[in-house]
Structure formats: structure tokens, C-alpha cells
Design a binder for this molecule. Sequence first.
Ligand SMILES: Cc1cc2nc3c(=O)[nH]c(=O)nc-3n(C[C@H](O)[C@H](O)[C@H](O)COP(=O)(O)O)c2cc1C
Length: 184
Amino acid sequence: MNETLEVIKNRRSIRKYKFEQITDSELQTILDAAFLAPIGEPKGHFTIIQNKDLLDRMVDSIKENFVSSGSEIMIKKVKDPLYHTFYNAPTVILISADETAPLMEIQCGLAAQNIMLAAESLNIGSCLILSSGILFKTGKSNEFKRELGIPDGYNFVCTIALGYKYGDDPVTPPRDKNIINYIK
Ligand SMILES: Cc1cc2nc3c(=O)[nH]c(=O)nc-3n(C[C@H](O)[C@H](O)[C@H](O)COP(=O)(O)O)c2cc1C
């Protein structure tokens, strides 16, 4: 198997991270890969969050929002003292997009995948996290948008946790192969 396929095969969602921060040069390599995704004219915005206090405050607000959402599954999850939306990863990339631009989820998703594959190629763990989007569903949304420097008219698309992996890689969840229809 070639190196590219090895990286694709080895990438897993990582949910345990070392405390140590990734280097600026690793982060730059990962961001360069994001911008090389087939995204055409960029209408997305990337916020790099490496401030633990801000990340923890985001998680506190996410927890509050899940509690008020009434979702029993999420309430049980966030009441676990070990719960942390970003798994205490030292770096989180938040991707937001121009709310008026079409198909932005696809563009941002392609950039997110490049981020995760570039990270894996550097042996850095990653996890795509969308549950964090509840941060922008209530009153504090605008405060956080301001603090995160999300441009006016841009909306949350996803977050990606990044950091050195702690412990063994998780096993690959089973993939349903019955989703292909070959027509020859
Ligand atoms: C749209 C989307 C949203 C996701 N949101 C979360 C999330 O909020 N928290 C999380 O831990 N993982 C999240 N994931 C990661 C998936 O749980 C993970 O990719 C899946 O279990 C397969 O595992 P793998 O990435 O190791 O192959 C999300 C994945 C996708 C595609």
C-alpha cells in the first residue's frame, strides 16, 4: 500500500490527547494542506484556538446548552465529569463559512478532511466534532463569535480537535460495504 493510502487507512477519530501543544510548524503544514483542498474561491474562515481558558469556557457553555436542550442522551453525556467536547485537545480549528455562499458544507468538509489526513501524516491525532455547534444556538452565540473572530455573516460549520495522540489508536469502526451499486 502506498504512503497516501496508509495515511487514509490509519486515520482514526482520536479522543485522548497529550497535554503538550503541537508545534507551529506542524500547525502550518496542516493549514497549508487545508487550503490545497478543491475549494475554489474561499468563502470559509478558519479560527485556530490554542487558548485553554477559552476552550474550557466554550465547553462550559456547550454543556449548559445541552442541559437546556432537554436531550436526555446529551444531558447524561455532559454530566459525566470527564466530558469535554474537544477531549482536552490543545488545538481546535473552527471552520465557519459565508452563510450566503452555496454548498459551503462540502468545501469546508474537504478542507477538514485534508486537515485530518495531514495531521495523521505527522502522527498527530484529530477528531471532527460537530456537537460543538450548539455553542452558537443560544444567547451567548454572538459573544463567542466576536471572541473567536468569526466574520460577520459567517456561520459555524465544524470544529476539528488536534493534538498528539495519547495511548493506542482506537480500532476502526465497521464500515457498511453494502452501499455500492456497480453498473458496467
Ligand atoms: C458530521 C460528523 C459529525 C461528527 N461529530 C462528532 C462529535 O461531535 N464528536 C465526536 O467525538 N465525533 C464526531 N464525529 C466523528 C465520528 O464519530 C467518527 O468519524 C466515526 O465514529 C468514525 O470513526 P473514525 O473517524 O475513527 O473512522 C463526527 C463525524 C461526522 C462525519
